[in-house]
Write a protein that binds this ligand. Structure first.
Ligand code: 13P
Length: 254
């Protein structure tokens, strides 16, 4: 059985003061949730603070992106071994905001994924379609190509060592969550595609992301192929994030 993973993507929000306040609330709140994994993904400058504040809590710390190259002349990038050096265990790759706002291609995302794996970082590969793509019936073609690029470039074994997050672009930050049935259908497709690439696909955790809130989380987590959530806005509020964690724990023991 796959262990649920609840991840909080803080995006470009916060200050030292809010990071400390949020982490101290999470420190108290997560104790007792021993059968699932909790990950927070702060802006890179706060990673060392978060690693220190998470010490002893079981909360893992990740980065929102990772360099595609080894250390060198790549201004503005952060190499995977630097993330390891400061205590990161995970990194997002291919978040739709990176793809849309910073024009990251499937090939660049795959190179980031490969670099993370070379240094033992668990990449969280974000995939998902826009509203226009969904309306044109292209969801599976888009998501399939995003996965295939990683399998081809980073390798099938690397792919099977990562996490996948299905984040329909139309559900991110809009308050519109995919219905549990819509999400489950794409999660099942993702799992089948992973299985075509690797026999270890049944172990890969596939998270749902897009306007997840405590009130919508329970029915999502009840679906067979939804192994947790990648939470944006609600991860900035300790009560909401802890509420989502509680729903995952309930679904696990149901
Ligand atoms: P929201 O939960 O704010 O919709 O963001 C989802 C997301 O993009 C997480 O990576």
């Amino acid at each position: 059985m796959r262990r649920p993973l609840i991840a909080g993507n803080w995006k470009m929000h916060g200050s030292r003061a809010t990071v400390h306040a949020l982490m101290s609330a999470l420190r108290d709140g997560v104790s007792g949730f021993d059968a699932l994994d909790v990950l927070v993904l702060p802006p890179a400058v706060y990673i060392p603070d978060v690693v220190r504040l998470a010490d002893g809590t079981g909360i893992a710390t990740g980065a929102q992106n990772v360099g595609d190259q080894e250390q060198g002349a790549c201004t503005g990038e952060i190499a995977a071994d630097m993330l390891v050096d400061v205590g990161c265990t995970h990194a997002l790759v291919g978040h739709s905001e990176r793809r849309a706002l910073y024009h990251e291609t499937d090939a660049l995302v795959a190179a980031r994924f490969a670099a993370a794996r070379r240094h033992g970082i668990t990449p969280v590969l974000c995939v998902g379609e826009t509203l226009e793509q969904r309306e044109r019936g292209e969801t599976e073609a888009v998501v399939g190509a995003q996965i295939d690029a990683v399998a081809e470039q980073a390798g099938k074994e690397a792919l099977a060592a990562g996490v996948v997050a299905y984040e329909p672009v139309w559900a991110i930050g809009t308050g519109v969550t995919a219905t549990p049935e819509q999400a489950q259908a794409v999660h099942a497709f993702i799992r089948a595609r992973l299985a075509e690439h690797s026999g270890h696909a049944t172990d890969v955790r596939v998270l749902y992301g897009g306007s997840v809130k405590p009130r919508s989380a329970g029915e999502l987590f009840a679906m067979a192929d939804i192994d947790g959530a990648l939470v944006g806005g609600a991860s900035l509020k300790a009560d909401d994030f802890l509420g989502i964690i509680a729903r995952a724990d309930e679904a696990r023991s149901a």
